[in-house]
Design a protein around this ligand. Sequence first.
Ligand code: GTP
Ligand code: MG
Length: 136
Amino acid sequence: SQRTLVLLKPDAVRRGLIGEIIGRIERKAGWTITALELRTLDRATLETHYAEHKGRPFYEPLLEFMTSGPSVALTVEGERVIEGLRTLSGPTDPIAAAPGSIRGDFGTIVRENLIHASDSEESAERELKIFFPGRD
Ligand code: GTP
Ligand code: MG
């Protein structure tokens, strides 16, 4: 089975949506949360995480937002969990996301789109090391 890195972004925590979002993940058959931590992410961690976006116009505002309050970082294991969590999240732009998805149900703003989930096996491996170093 697979493992993926999920972040509940500061907007999700501020709006009291931790339980709602984690509940949806927990209810998927055969998926297990294997690590979970509430923490305010620091800039260095996010620069590594979002390195591919450095130089884009949304990069600085994104880091500003992502350091604006606590996030929840979690690892989820299970069958096709990488693809599954992208589907559960919906597309980056919440207005384009279908109702029933997390972004589609709760989001309106591209930057404040509630959740991050690794987009491939390579990303998952890279990101798990960033947010949960020393675990395997
Ligand atoms: P993540 O799961 O957070 O990585 O989102 P994603 O994979 O759906 O999007 P991507 O990796 O392309 O962008 C990372 C994050 O940057 C997004 O989740 C948004 O919060 C933000 N972002 C991406 N594109 C834009 C944009 O065009 N405008 C703004 N304001 N924010 C953007
Ligand atoms: Mg991404």
